[in-house]
Design a protein around this ligand. Structure first.
Ligand SMILES: [Fe+2]
Ligand SMILES: [Fe+2]
Length: 161
């Protein structure tokens, strides 16, 4: 099978190679690994939460969370590739999260975490732009847009609770 990693390849600015860029500042690489840990955490959290969603409202929530899991998995795969391409070691450890039994506080926690992800991706997109990593900047902005959509879906459910 052909190994297509084009989604994770990143071009540096001018004659600066990516490794030189990152040697001077590995803050971006550390940030991307924190983003990756957040994605693994969200994949596990949403999988767990959708298994706990019962009743009619639960069925709706389950459907929404399962759609979001596939987005988060795409984000995690992209970050894993990009961290490797930038010479880093992609984490496989999820960000910690609290198990919340009640529906409303559970969704409020999810919403806060999605909004945090939006802020992190936006900040890292800015850092990528400053390093001349245009493709990475655009991808991170698109991921911020995905998380914004997830946050909007969650807040719509919360408004009806
Ligand atoms: Fe994500
Ligand atoms: Fe998300």
């Amino acid at each position: 099978m052909k190994n297509n990693r084009s989604s994770g390849q990143v071009q540096g600015k001018g004659n600066l190679t990516v490794s030189k860029v990152l040697k001077s500042d590995d803050t971006l690489l550390r940030g991307l690994n924190e983003d990756l840990a957040a994605e693994w955490g969200t994949i596990i959290r949403y999988t767990f939460q959708s298994s706990k969603a019962y009743g009619l409202r639960g069925a709706e929530l389950r459907e929404i969370l399962q759609q979001e899991i596939s987005d988060e998995l795409g984000h995690a795969r992209f970050l894993t590739d990009v961290i490797s391409d930038l010479g880093g070691e992609p984490t496989t450890r999820p960000r910690e999260w609290d198990r919340v039994a009640e529906l409303k506080p559970m969704l409020e926690q999810d919403l806060q975490m999605e909004l945090q992800d939006v802020a992190n991706y936006s900040a890292h997109a800015k850092m990528a732009a400053e390093l001349g990593l245009t493709e990475l900047k655009v991808k991170l902005e698109n991921m911020a847009a995905d998380e914004t959509r997830h946050a909007r879906d969650l807040s719509r459910i919360l408004q009806g609770l």
